[in-house]
Design a protein around this ligand. Sequence first.
Ligand SMILES: C[S@@+](CC[C@H](N)C(=O)[O-])C[C@H]1O[C@@H](n2cnc3c(N)ncnc32)[C@H](O)[C@@H]1O
Length: 334
Amino acid sequence: MAPRKLRTPPYCAWYCFVSLVLAIVGAGLYKRDFAGGKQPDAHTHRNETRTAGRRLRAAFTTTTTPVDPDSIQVDDDDEPDRVCFPAVRHGGLRPERVGQIVDGTSFAAALTALARSREVRRVLELGTWYGGGSTQSLARGLMSAAPADNCIAKGNERCCRDLVVTVEVFEPAWLHARRYLHDLPVWCVRGSTVAPDEMLSLDEVPPSERGAHFNLYYERDLALMRKSKPQLRRLCAKVAFDLVLIDGNEYTGWGEFERVRDECRPRYVALHDTGTLKTAKVEAYLETHTDEYRLLLRKGETDASPACDLVGCLPEALFAPNEAGWAIYQRSDY
Ligand SMILES: C[S@@+](CC[C@H](N)C(=O)[O-])C[C@H]1O[C@@H](n2cnc3c(N)ncnc32)[C@H](O)[C@@H]1O
């Protein structure tokens, strides 16, 4: 019997073709990186090293499309009722959970319950930190009520109907949060909520408030804000938010509130760290403007308030202990 013909020639042709393509591409890259065949000098080397670091970080944190933290892809013609944003490449790794408003606390319970109600579909959070606190509580609430096809993948983007959009100015926290939250309906936006001139000026920070927090964060955050684009106005111009949580900078609470009230006009406004400089002016304003917003629920009244159903009308003592105050307001014309 004649031996079966070996199928070497087609394999060889394919192999040679691939090798040729790789050689051409490789030569092109080499030429681009080290034009003229010169070794990079020390300066170029430093830049290359930095670029490599940036590429490596980008590979871990983004899709193949570089993330533009300022891009807002809301009005996608194909997905008119979804908000599209850059998907996160996470490499199967999830960083550890880090958060301030943690499970078991009354505020986490109230936020999750509110996000579960069908009156809340889109949430804006000011101050993500590392994503394992309020962002996760809110996203879980939304997810438990949203349909299975709430989020879809579309090329390098993820598009969600119900979602949390959360803004963080400190890049290491933003990087951590977006990886930690990659599979929840959450768009982590890097940037500042408001502009530096909307932060309390030094004169507006009373001497009694110039302690350790002030020394650590006032100048640091002001410097970060100067390097960042304000996001609050742009986001509210694009997305109709039902709930806004103000939990960002100690010194921007009032500036944020003014924009939220006038431009975002959400049905609900949630405040964290009540009784501090962050919300003092906001609370004073709301107390005398009940025609605009009325109190729905606050810490210490979860067993007695008319809206106590949200958290099972349990008293504060039955929740996990937490120092921080909080309150949720509802727009009076609802
Ligand atoms: C109190 S923490 C948020 C805690 C978070 N909600 C949680 O439950 O874990 C406040 C965050 O706001 C961020 N921040 C400060 N100034 C900001 C600004 N102008 N814009 C956006 N984020 C800001 C801080 O970097 C910090 O991560």
